[in-house]
Ligand binder design. Sequence first.
Ligand code: DC
Length: 235
Amino acid sequence: MTLEQPLTIAIDGPAASGKSTIGLLLAERIGYIFLDTGSMYRTATLAALRSGVPIHDENAVVTLSEQIHIDIGSATGYDDERMYTVWLDGDDVTWDIRLPAVEQNVSQVSSYWGVREQMVRLQREMGQRGRIVMVGRDIGTVVLPDAPLKLYITASAEERARRRWLEKQERGDDRSTYDAILADIKRRDAIDSGREHSPLRPADDAIIIDTTEKSPEQLLQQILSLAAFQTVSAE
Ligand code: DC
């Protein structure tokens, strides 16, 4: 019996649940590609903001999302802080997609079916190549419904706000207070979970993990043993 890890690992969860941090750690540890799909919706939002397209004009935002070119690749060769590099039409937008204006508008943009269609198509293309850890809101339910390992990572809104606030402080970004971050997380949770298309929810076969009292290393160990267990039980 050969022990092989699942070729695709789907990780979903609410904003700031730590799913990207753990997804990247996991991908690095097992030599997989890491794709944070939230960065794609953020890039589409940034494109709309930059080109002056009104965010509430669904048709215009969808049309724009069909015209832009998004690339995601390695962090190597840039600043030490980034997890990966994102390009919008060749321009490095890795940090611009974290701007408050993007945070405020990304839930709206990602609620548009036409935008989701574009992004899901690209995500599935990448998923088909295998050896990938894909992180988002609808990976286990819509993008990769056949993924052999699906995780749903969550934590209390207060803990998530605390982590996001700390992250920003460490980057020297003190523009947002803890209360403002908490309010924004709650607002985004409500939109992400309540939207009509692909709302945030765990897949029926996802393993739900609450990380409120777990360190990234503890979580990583738990997931590594789950990944091995999945394979043993599947054979
Ligand atoms: O994970 P994040 O905070 O970077 O995600 C940004 C937004 O994108 C978030 O409001 C929800 C949306 N999103 C989505 O709708 N589907 C995904 N697969 C990933 C993110």
